[in-house]
Design a protein around this ligand. Structure first.
Ligand code: HEM
Length: 399
């Protein structure tokens, strides 16, 4: 179980550049891995990651979902859904889930399509541009902010706050001072906005969340406080912007490396939803999820003692050969099981249908405008964030 020869350091500046060999060794040699330097456990096989996701009673989220928080070994005490446990989590999730159902998100297609076209049209005629910094980083926050009812002039400010919050300095796993200031600005701004929506409802998502009431079996009504609505808005602007950005950046790089797969997309846009799932499987934007074990749990590969931080290595699970044939092969016709990149179980991604819609429309927009984009590999740059992995810069030339 303890295997000091395998180097898995999620705080390293370079680990997520190419974690796949280390992941393979973890799956084969230390499926329940213990990291002695930091004192956390990690599971990497598909079946184990699913099992932990499916057990929110013993593997809780309220002690944090990123390693730097889990290592503090205490409850975070927040009203953000991703950091709550059942039954409080269940109640919050029921209050917001309708707005993110497949059907509700489907009705947003015209809005999302017009935001995406607006950015892509702005790149028309250019011989070179950066797919991430000039497109994929900009539009997801615009979409979520429009859904929430954030005024147009503030939407990119929100993205800057979120980027600053998530950025990590080399060698330091914690939020920077600027990041903490940005988090305060963001939460203060969203709380003020919630109050103004209560005073002047606009029918958009924040107003809907202020109004929503859910009755228990005994007739008790539940609703969200202003603080709950503001926290939820802060969660979705951060959970929903960076991840979609990374998916599109990784997708463009994968298609550049595999022109045959791009030809499939160009020949038939019906292939795009499958391509999105395959990009997510190859490079999950969120490389790990975190939990805290409150009881001792024995799995095939060993025992995780009570009171342990546990990482669920999503990026390793989606390449597990026990689950996928030729898992390192990028094959958009693969089909089959949906990837764990959106998590699984009670905390499974609330925004999955929105992310799929945005990514489908983004790749459709790219494919219809540019028959071929060539990635200038020397210009690729990656982000340095906690569990979010992917590119901050993907420069391309057209043709
Ligand atoms: C490609 C894009 C995305 C990926 C890869 C992704 C990934 C994930 C994952 C892995 C989780 C599970 C976290 C855990 O188990 O601790 C999650 C949860 C969540 N995601 Fe996403 N996400 C994406 C897009 C979005 C979008 C667009 C939104 C905006 C609404 C969103 C909102 C959320 C929320 C609110 C949760 C917490 C759900 C809960 O705790 O019940 N995500 N996401």
């Amino acid at each position: 179980m303890t295997n000091p020869r395998i180097e898995f350091d999620p705080f390293s500046d370079t680990f997520f550049d190419d974690p796949y060999q280390a992941y393979a060794r973890l799956r084969d040699e230390a499926p329940v891995y213990f990291n002695q330097t930091y004192g956390f456990y990690a599971v990497s096989r598909y079946s184990d990651v699913v099992a932990v996701h499916a057990d929110p009673e013993r593997f809780i989220s309220s002690y944090g979902v990123t390693l730097e928080h889990l290592l503090q070994r205490r409850s975070m005490g927040t009203n953000m859904m991703i950091l709550m446990d059942p039954p409080e989590h269940t109640r919050q999730r029921r209050l917001v889930s309708q707005a993110f159902s497949r059907r509700a998100i489907g009705s947003l297609e015209p809005l999302v399509a017009s935001v995406i076209s607006g950015y892509l049209d702005g790149l028309a005629g250019r011989a070179e541009f950066d797919v991430v910094s000039e497109f994929a980083a900009l539009f997801p926050v615009e979409v979520i902010s429009s859904m929430l009812g954030v005024p147009e002039g503030k939407r990119q400010q929100i993205r800057v706050w979120v980027d600053t919050m998530l950025h990590r300095e080399e060698g330091n796993p914690n939020t920077t001072q600027e990041g903490m200031d940005a988090a305060l600005h963001l939460s203060g701004y969203l709380l003020d906005l919630t109050r103004s929506k209560r005073a002047e409802p606009d029918g958009l998502l924040m107003t809907k969340l202020i109004d929503v009431v859910l009755e228990d079996a005994d007739g008790t009504g539940h609703h969200l406080s202003d603080e709950d609505v503001a926290s939820f808005a802060a969660l979705i602007v951060s959970a929903g912007s960076e991840t979609v950005t990374k998916l599109i950046g990784s997708g463009v790089v994968l298609f550049d490396q595999h022109p045959d797969q791009w030809e499939l997309v160009r020949a038939d846009s019906a292939a795009i939803p499958h391509a999105v799932e395959e990009v997510l499987r190859m490079h999950p934007p969120s490389q790990y999820q975190g939990r805290y074990a409150i009881e001792s749990v024995t799995m095939d590969g060993g025992t995780i003692p009570a009171q342990s931080p546990v990482l669920l290595l999503t990026g390793a699970a989606t390449r597990d050969p026990r689950e996928y044939d030729h898992p390192d092969r990028f094959d958009i016709t693969r089909g089959g099981r949906t990837t764990l990149a959106f998590g699984y179980g009670v905390h499974g991604c609330l925004g999955a249908w929105l992310a799929r819609l945005e990514s489908r429309l983004a790749f459709e927009g790219i494919a219809s405008r540019w028959p071929r984009l060539s990635v200038r590999r020397e210009g690729l740059e990656r982000v340095n964030m906690s569990n979010v992995a992917g590119y901050s810069h993907v420069p391309v030339s057209v043709g």
